[in-house]
Design a protein around this ligand. Structure first.
Ligand code: COS
Length: 392
């Protein structure tokens, strides 16, 4: 499917530089050679893709935003778009396992002190270590201010108690960014963020959760029982946890949304190809307007989704606040992905519903985009608030 390149309008350039094209081609090639051949087996077995993660890390396709000062590539949010779309075009289960590391260590980049960045970021460059963003709880999903995990100060430590739910890569993570309440009476203003290594006493990875789609990304629940976390591991001041979480999500939501574009593009490609091969009533079904209008709508919505992702990433790279644009991208790309993959199954008809064909997996994988990193309803809530009650 053609993508926009070298198009300029109103002073905004959509052209990719040679370096950006090379990065996209590297990621595409990696997805084709290393991810696609494994996607089915890893999906069926819900297998953690440690081998693929290690190779992505070696090639520089992981942790791409870590600043150069800490050994990283310091790629912009826009470059992240080019990598993310290709990896998830390969398989969003494997792609998410790679990309979610950015969510895990994002709060350190955003809110860490110089010392904290020196401690936590270089090891991620040296080795394919995983990190997790431990925000969601059994009773606090969309409502972040309802977090019940507590962190009580005791000298130069905090004692952390509570549990976390649906945590990406938690079963394989070296450390977690944990959001906990340091002052219950303050609601969202009482939340704080901590780096919690998995080997501290009292940290237990409870359960690998069995999911509908994106099955090769590990999703686990966690619990903390009297875990003594050094106060030096607190990111930002006490009470700044909520805003650190929101700023992290502003940055990562377009990165997740572009994964949905990759999945939708894969579904589109399979459906377009199949529609040209499948003959019914003496002609390829692509000749039928009922099908070719579907194909046209799929392509249009994918293109629009990509543009929204690119816009949000561009704003982030300009240092602008992109809360609204990140939610536009996440909402539209996630819903588009669900629609496009559902339509791809429709184009394949009975075959599309069979596991033997690739589109049923894509439809299962798509659903998660409407749920994680803020449901499509939460994105609408953010969009409406940003439009009707804007903050500066
Ligand atoms: N950047 C900086 N600050 C932000 C912000 C952002 N994007 N969004 C909100 N804030 C600030 C607000 O300005 C407000 O500040 P004050 O305390 O100074 O007034 C504070 O944070 C609380 O904001 P708000 O009143 O909007 O909070 P709500 O409790 O109403 O929740 C939503 C806001 C729903 C947007 C938030 O809880 C959310 O994003 N939920 C979904 C969480 C999610 O994505 N979960 C998935 C798990 S991560 S894989």
């Amino acid at each position: 499917m053609a993508t926009i390149e070298h198009v300029t309008a109103g002073g905004v350039s959509f052209g990719l530089t040679d370096e950006q094209k090379a990065l996209r081609d590297l990621a595409h090639d990696f997805a084709e050679r290393e991810i696609r051949p494994k996607e089915r087996e890893y999906d069926e077995g819900s297998i953690h893709p440690a081998d693929v993660i290690a190779k992505a890390h070696e090639l520089g396709l992981m942790n791409v935003h870590i600043p150069e000062a800490y050994g990283g590539l310091e790629l912009g949010a826009f470059e992240g778009m080019l990598v993310g779309e290709e990896l998830c075009w390969g398989c969003s289960g494997i792609g998410t396992a790679i990309a979610a590391n950015g969510l895990g260590h994002g709060p350190v980049i955003i809110a860490g002190t110089e010392e904290q960045k020196r401690e936590w970021l270089p090891p991620l460059v040296d080795r394919a270590l995983l990190t997790s963003f431990a925000l969601t709880e059994p009773n606090a999903g969309s409502d972040v201010s309802g977090i019940q995990t507590t962190a009580v100060r005791d000298g130069d430590e905090y004692i952390v108690n509570g549990s976390k739910m649906f945590i990406t890569n938690a079963g394989h993570a070296a450390w977690f960014t944990v959001f906990a309440s340091t002052n219950k009476s303050q609601g969202h203003r009482g939340l704080s963020a901590f780096v919690v290594p998995v080997d501290l006493n009292g940290v237990v990875v409870d359960k690998h959760l069995d999911k509908m789609g994106q099955r090769s990304t590990d999703t686990s629940s966690l619990s903390f029982t009297d875990v003594r976390v050094p106060a030096a591991n607190r990111l930002g001041e006490e009470g700044e946890g909520f805003k650190i979480a929101m700023k992290t999500l502003d940055f990562t939501r377009p990165g997740t949304a572009i994964g949905a574009v990759g999945v939708a593009r894969a579904a589109f490609e399979y459906a377009a190809q199949y529609s040209k091969e499948r003959v019914q009533f003496g002609m390829p079904i692509a000749m039928n307007q009922g099908i070719n209008f579907l194909i046209a709508d799929m392509a249009t919505k994918i293109e629009a989704s990509r543009l929204l992702c690119w816009q949000a990433a561009w704003m982030i790279d300009q240092g602008m606040r992109a809360t609204l644009q990140s939610s536009y991208a996440k909402r539209f790309a996630a819903d588009t992905c669900m629609e496009v993959t559902t339509d791809a199954v429709q184009v394949f008809g009975g075959y599309g519903y069979m596991k033997e064909y690739p589109v049923e997996k894509l439809m299962r994988d798509a659903k998660l985009y409407q749920i994680y990193e803020g449901t499509s309803q939460i994105q609408r809530l953010v969009i409406a608030r940003e439009l009707l009650m804007p903050r500066d």
